[in-house]
Design a binder for this molecule. Structure first.
Ligand SMILES: Nc1nc2c(ncn2[C@@H]2O[C@H](COP(=O)(O)OP(=O)(O)OP(=O)(O)O)[C@@H](O)[C@H]2O)c(=O)[nH]1
Ligand SMILES: [Zn+2]
Length: 226
């Protein structure tokens, strides 16, 4: 098990906010999905039990005894189900038979994610717009895709890029815009403990490079709050 040493802690403290983003892909081990979900749950249950032990909690207490298993199952099956490509929603597209060529916006999509630095919740909303070419997508598939990429340890910038990139590929157009506004519990409930601030990220391509298209989108989604 990798143990972080004093030198590495100093590096983390020094890098601070200037994290090196290694690209759009979530950094994963090459054998990330060789174990079954059940094996992962069993192992995480063991490790989380050890964490609780270190904290001095009595695992024989009937309220605490099931917690290591509960947390393990929650990580693998719920909070981080979006790490595993087998859980990716099937994105069915349809031919744009009606020839709709204007903007479509799916807004106020719930974001339930977790920050990869502290494993604390990120909650907020996503707004997604696109201008169809030959293909259109079932509306709920946009929500499902946001949900899938959100359910990984994330940084908000990467989450926006992963959603954008996937939609551009599925829809076979660059003309997509993704805006996320979210609250990070690592900012509001620990550290600086700022209860009111939230974070907005905007990523786009194609015709959204054009300011008037972006303004039309911003006009629809309005002033963001979360
Ligand atoms: N860019 C970016 N930063 C994030 C995101 N989520 C959390 N962070 C930041 O990641 C940084 C981690 O900084 P560190 O200095 O290594 O960690 P820390 O000592 O816990 O930092 P503090 O929160 O300032 O106490 C913090 O500034 C977080 O606010 C995100 O989605 N995007
Ligand atoms: Zn955090």
């Amino acid at each position: 098990m990798p143990i972080i040493n004093k030198e590495q802690i100093e590096i983390i403290e020094t890098i601070g906010d200037n994290h090196i983003f290694s690209g759009i892909e979530t950094p994963l081990l090459s054998d990330a999905f060789e174990k079954s979900d059940d094996e992962k749950i069993k192992n995480i249950e063991h490790y989380f039990g050890q964490i609780m032990n270190e904290l001095g909690l009595d695992l024989s207490d009937d309220s605490l005894s099931g917690t290591p298993y509960r947390v393990a199952k929650m990580y693998v099956k719920e909070l981080f189900y979006g790490l595993d490509p087998k859980n990716k929603p099937k994105i069915s597209t349809f031919l744009n038979k009606y020839g709709y060529k204007k903007m479509l916006v799916e807004q106020n999509i719930t974001i339930d994610s977790a920050c990869e630095h502290h494993f604390l919740p990120i909650t907020g909303h996503a707004h997604v717009g696109y201008i169809p070419k030959d293909k259109v997508i079932g509306l709920s598939k946009i929500n499902r895709l946001v949900d899938y990429y959100a359910h990984r340890p994330q940084v908000q910038e990467r989450l926006a890029l992963q959603i954008l990139n996937d939609l551009q590929t599925s829809l076979e157009t660059e003309d997509v815009i993704v805006m996320l506004s979210a609250k990070h519990l690592c900012v509001s409930s620990r550290g600086i403990k700022d209860k009111d601030s939230f974070t907005t990220t905007i990523e786009y391509g194609g015709c959204f490079e054009n300011k008037s298209n972006r303004e039309e989108f911003f006009g629809i989604v309005g002033n963001t709050s979360i």
